[in-house]
Ligand binder design. Sequence first.
Ligand code: CP3
Length: 345
Amino acid sequence: MNPTERLLRACRGEPVDRPPVWLMRQAGRYLPEYRAVRGEVSFLELCADVDRAVEVSLQPLRLVGTEAVILFSDIFVPIPGMGVEVDFAPGPVIAEPLRSLPQIEALRVPDTRETVPHVFEILRTLRRALEDEAVPLLGFSGAPFTLAAYLVEGGGSKDFATLKRMMYRAPELLRALQARLTDLVVDYLNAQIEAGAQVVQLFDTWAGLLSPLDYVEWVLPVHREIAAKVDRERAPLVLYVGNGAHVFDAMLESGVDVLSLDWRADMAEAARRAGDRVSLQGNLDPCALAAPVHEITARVHAIAEAAAPARGHILNLGHGVLPETPVEGVRAFTEAARAVVRRRP
Ligand code: CP3
């Protein structure tokens, strides 16, 4: 079974020999080879430089043994095309946070093929480079709620209180903002699929800040709309919700192909509840990659065992690789994953 077949079959819940493995944020500062390239240009320049972005996208394949490549970019790359100024320091910083209706109504929903053509050039180049080894290519987008969180707050935050205040005091503003972002995200993901992405992942890092009730009101309908409009015949859709164990049952209603679990979620419980409705991805704590090799190996096998009742499982972390992560820990993770034998009870 080649790596593309393994990943696509795992996403769709078809039999595989073992779970495929990749890592969220697998290209990044934990790799000296990434830091070398990044030393020459700013992060935003790197995202727009086709040759360098292709190079860093491919680095994890050879250096740490992952079995899929994810487009090197950021969830904020398509946002300046809407008319919003974004900088990185190192997280996204919004020069003029969106707090009023005129600001939100002034947002454009651009054709990303025109505003960020380099993203699709990177995907097409990667797809050609991966063809011979049949390594699958993933595309991604931020989800509307998480994008809105930064756009309203102005940058990262522990509790995104400004965003939540807008949700409760001016719901029509957040609704208008999410509607525009949803149109952007649907078109952006479909354009990535046209450019060669074989799986696409939606990152909703901050949606887990909501109560189950607010999640169902504010986030679930958006995920359902995206799942309905993305061309999932051509590319399965993965949904990651950060800190989302308490909304897992609602996530099951989203209609996506794969749910990517935060490390706080109990994989065994999720596998029981998921039944044959979705495949699961995850969910080692990224900090656990600092553990001795035998510990990492034991945890990978425990997660695979816990996920066995699910219709499909993709080994991954419960969030992105952290900059301080030892490279040996990441290698130990992918090596342990390759030794797993897929067994359904
Ligand atoms: O998975 C991959 O390897 C693909 C690349 C990727 C990046 N960002 C590169 C990046 C992906 C999928 C993302 C998604 C992203 N970006 C998310 C959702 C996933 C998550 O981690 O929760 C979010 C919330 C962002 C916003 C963002 N971008 C933050 C908060 C930061 C700063 C924190 C950090 O890790 O540095 C970034 C910058 C960023 N995005 C870097 C990279 C490699 C570091 C930039 C640098 O080299 O200085």
